[in-house]
Design a protein around this ligand. Structure first.
Ligand SMILES: *[C@@H]1O[C@H](CO)[C@@H](O)[C@H](O)[C@H]1NC(C)=O
Ligand SMILES: *[C@@H]1O[C@H](CO)[C@@H](O)[C@H](O)[C@H]1NC(C)=O
Ligand SMILES: *[C@@H]1O[C@H](CO)[C@@H](O)[C@H](O)[C@H]1NC(C)=O
Ligand SMILES: *[C@@H]1O[C@H](CO)[C@@H](O)[C@H](O)[C@H]1NC(C)=O
Ligand SMILES: *[C@@H]1O[C@H](CO)[C@@H](O)[C@H](O)[C@H]1NC(C)=O
Length: 193
């Protein structure tokens, strides 16, 4: 009986939050560390941008076999498409309209073990600090894989908000971030019964 109740609770959660992404607790901790830095500078927090986080996760996955290098080694401009040949494919997978990305910025970095404080320091002590300190950016999405992180900064304008677009406009922009731990906890509880 209890198993069924739990089962339906889990199914209902996913039906009610169709666009909720399972996000790594560590990704959120990294965003918090960066926001702590922003707070010290009297800047507003970066808000969680779900679409930017989706793109960051897709992109970071492609970096995992690259040798570790510092943030200064990358070309950040989103519209310098030569840096990632299948950028448009990744956008499609995340249901993002290309025009809504052109003012965004993508900041890859490799930091052993991705300790949130170290990641934040790595960004704020490299040339990337200009982006982290910028009032232009209001949102952020984080993706991590092994020692790699991709931080995408978004704006609150139509040219940088990573809005849904194209044929996927039916996808409603709601939902948010369900901690992956919550998912595991649910699974664990299920297995107990
Ligand atoms: C900004 O982010 C920091 C770090 O996560 C948090 O402690 C603080 O409460 C946030 N401030 C606002 C205004 O949301
Ligand atoms: C994107 O921007 C280009 C150039 O400004 C424009 O021609 C095109 O119609 C825009 N596409 C959408 C879907 O808004
Ligand atoms: C950032 O991390 C890279 C890779 O570990 C390292 O080479 C670089 O020195 C770090 N930079 C800062 C400012 O911490
Ligand atoms: C912020 O936006 C202004 C105006 O569009 C631009 O000149 C400036 O370079 C931007 N700053 C950053 C750090 O992107
Ligand atoms: C966009 O962000 C800027 C800078 O943080 C802020 O001044 C402005 O009110 C925001 N606009 C909207 C529509 O949220």
């Amino acid at each position: 009986m209890r198993v069924f109740a739990l089962f339906f609770a889990v199914i209902a959660t996913f039906l009610l939050l169709p666009n909720a992404v399972l996000c790594d607790v560590r990704d959120i901790e990294i965003l918090n560390a960066i926001n702590n830095y922003r707070q010290k500078k009297s800047l507003s927090n970066f808000t969680y941008n779900k679409n930017a986080a989706c793109l960051a996760s897709r992109f970071v996955y492609k970096l995992r076999d690259e040798p570790c290098s510092s943030p200064d080694d990358f070309n950040k401009e989103i519209n310098s498409e030569n840096t990632l040949a299948d950028f448009h494919k990744l956008l499609k997978k995340c249901h993002i309209a290309y025009n809504s990305t052109v003012d965004g910025i993508m900041l890859p970095a490799c930091v052993p073990h991705l300790d949130p404080e170290s990641v934040s320091n790595n960004y704020t002590k490299s040339r990337d600090v200009d982006y982290i300190n910028s009032k232009n950016f209001t949102g952020a999405g984080v993706g991590t894989s092994d020692d790699w992180i991709v931080l995408i900064l978004s704006t609150n304008t139509s040219t940088g908000n990573f809005a849904n677009g194209g044929s996927s406009s039916l996808v409603v922009a709601r939902g948010g971030c369900i901690g992956i731990m919550a998912g595991f906890l649910g699974l664990f509880v299920l297995l107990l019964f």
